[in-house]
Design a protein around this ligand. Structure first.
Ligand code: SAM
Length: 306
């Protein structure tokens, strides 16, 4: 069955004639489409519509409120970059917090580090966790690590309750700022992140596309420059199934031991560090780490002026 009934919360994405088209006011005038073999799951949680379908060329696809979150074929690019850009930039990360990321892919990547003792995750939507465990076992494998502690709840509220200076690294693997993730892009949220980090601790947040969202990126950068007194950087990578085919990350550190994100001090692309995730890295390496901070001139100009 490839018929998909779109509802208001899905925006206007729809499956028409066997193709899923991702339509949203966040990328007006364009829509990436994937050919649908079979719709595997459709549900409505307290927070969003959740759908899984089998595509013909990207494996299974997870969609939240009409927006593609991951595909089996290219999730490695996103999960590996959002995790290893921050964790390879500091020596011996021990306590790591993931906000969002209910699919478990970031957990899978964090679990590669033997220095890590505690991995907390706060995901708002239990349905995302359950659906991921059912349909994306190679992503949800992250939950098998005994260091992982899952908290179901709002990441904003969770962070407010965290004692100051708790984490070495915080990874914000959020959906777009329309819906439950909206607050995760706002200044008060970044303030609580900074407070929850130890001196010289690092944060990496999903920070949208330089082709589509420079206005959002400008605001994030401006806020981060006010809040993070260590360093503030923007990096990006390619993920073919994200709108415009690229996704960015905001990487910041708090005042303390300096962090030079562009030159990783804790390399992980050696064969001996595959951790419990059972598969070698597919995308990340030290060269692509440093390259991720090289920006096209139009984006560099705006980001450096903030
Ligand atoms: N890992 C994905 C990928 O590979 O593209 C990225 C998207 S991930 C599924 C985004 C998650 O953030 C969703 O599961 C969503 O439920 C969660 N989320 C949104 N708002 C949140 C909030 N306020 N607190 C905690 N989690 C939130």
């Amino acid at each position: 069955d490839t018929n998909y009934t779109s509802t208001k919360a899905d925006g206007i994405s729809a499956v028409i004639s066997g193709w899923f088209s991702e339509i949203s006011p966040m990328w007006p005038g364009e829509a990436h489409s994937l050919k649908v073999k079979k719709i595997l799951f459709q549900g409505k949680s307290d927070y969003q519509n959740v759908m899984v379908f089998q595509s013909s060329t990207y494996g299974k696809v997870l969609v939240l409120d009409g927006v593609i979150q991951l595909t089996e074929r290219d999730e490695c690019a996103y999960q590996e970059m959002i995790t290893h850009l921050p964790l390879c930039s500091i020596p011996n990360p021990k306590k790591v917090l993931v906000i969002g990321g209910g699919d478990g892919g970031v957990l899978r990547e964090v679990s590669r580090y033997s220095s890590v003792e505690q991995i907390d995750i706060c995901e708002i939507d239990k349905m995302v966790v359950d659906v991921s465990k059912q349909f994306f076992p190679e992503v949800a494998v992250g939950y098998d690590d005994p260091r992982v502690k899952l908290h179901i709840g709002d990441g904003v509220a969770f962070l407010k309750a965290v004692s100051a200076g708790t984490y070495d690294a915080i990874i914000v693997d959020s959906s777009d700022p329309i819906g439950p993730a909206q607050e995760l892009f706002e200044k008060p949220f970044f303030e609580t992140v900074a407070k929850a980090l130890r001196p010289g601790g690092v944060v990496c947040t999903q920070a949208e596309s330089i082709w589509l969202h420079m206005h959002i990126i400008e605001d994030i950068v401006a806020n981060c420059r006010l809040i993070f007194k260590g360093s503030v950087n923007y990096a990006w990578t390619t993920v073919p199934t994200y709108p415009s085919g690229v996704i960015g990350f905001m990487l910041c550190s708090t005042e303390g031991p300096p962090v030079d994100f562009k030159h990783p001090v804790n390399p992980i692309d050696r064969d001996d560090i595959c951790g419990k995730s059972k598969r070698p890295l597919k995308f990340y390496n030290s060269d692509i780490h440093s390259a991720a901070f090289c920006l096209p001139s139009f984006a560099k100009k705006v980001i450096e002026s903030k």
